[in-house]
Design a protein around this ligand. Structure first.
Ligand code: TMP
Length: 201
């Protein structure tokens, strides 16, 4: 196991999974629940609003604008700022950080874009290891359906064939801190399973 928890007292929980699995809904429910119990919670997300995050969003409509390697660099630089400015300070202050996407998204999405998954994870070693990863799972077909039914345009990162590869990579992660939850279930069932998973911490 990687030693990346030195001098921190807070808790880091990452939400991962393909789009349409309800990550942001569940983060809100969990943040409200934890706050009601007096926890000091920071809810955050990637890509961030940094200069790198803005460039990443431009790629949603024109992914061909950069190479897979350049795209990876943007996600890594965005995460470096996120870790330095938000995640580490919050963990050092003993807060509970809930992040909507983290380095497993980079491994899965940029891995599905042809890059080596192990190398991507190596490149992310600067990022504190999460205490818990809630990986919300769903068939990619349903995810694509949900994205279009909410009126959203399927961005260049969410095309069905690509989502299938992303899902396969997500399915390959086996670290003990990853908890998979079937996101096809009703929101309240998913919510209860997430609360249960937190009892591991
Ligand atoms: P979002 O829809 O959750 O805001 O995420 C933005 C998109 O960026 C989503 O399609 C997944 C993708 N993404 C990556 O390709 N690599 C990453 O490292 C992250 C954080 C997101």
């Amino acid at each position: 196991m990687r030693k990346r928890k030195i001098s921190r007292t807070g808790t880091l929980i990452a939400f991962e999974g393909i789009d349409g699995t309800g990550k942001s809904t569940q983060i809100k429910l969990l943040a409200d629940w934890l706050r009601a119990q007096g926890e000091d919670v920071v809810a955050t997300r990637e890509p961030t609003d940094s200069v790198y995050g803005r460039r990443i969003r431009e790629l949603y409509v024109n992914r061909g604008a950069c190479t897979p390697e350049e795209e990876l660099e943007l996600f890594i630089e965005d995460r470096k700022l996120h870790v330095k400015d938000v995640i580490r300070p919050a963990l050092n202050a003993g807060r509970t950080v809930l992040t909507d996407r983290y380095y497993y998204s980079t491994a899965a999405y940029q891995g599905a874009n042809g890059l080596d998954v192990k190398q991507i994870l190596q490149r992310n070693r600067f990022a504190p290891q999460p205490d818990l990863v809630i990986l919300l799972t769903m068939p990619p077909e349903l995810s694509a359906e949900r994205i279009s039914s909410r009126g959203g345009q399927v961005n260049a990162f969410e095309q069905l064939s690509y989502l299938r590869r992303v899902s396969e990579i997500f399915a390959s992660f086996a670290e003990p801190w990853i908890c998979r939850i079937d996101a096809v279930q009703p929101v309240t069932s998913v919510r209860d399973q997430i609360r249960n998973a937190l009892s591991r911490l």
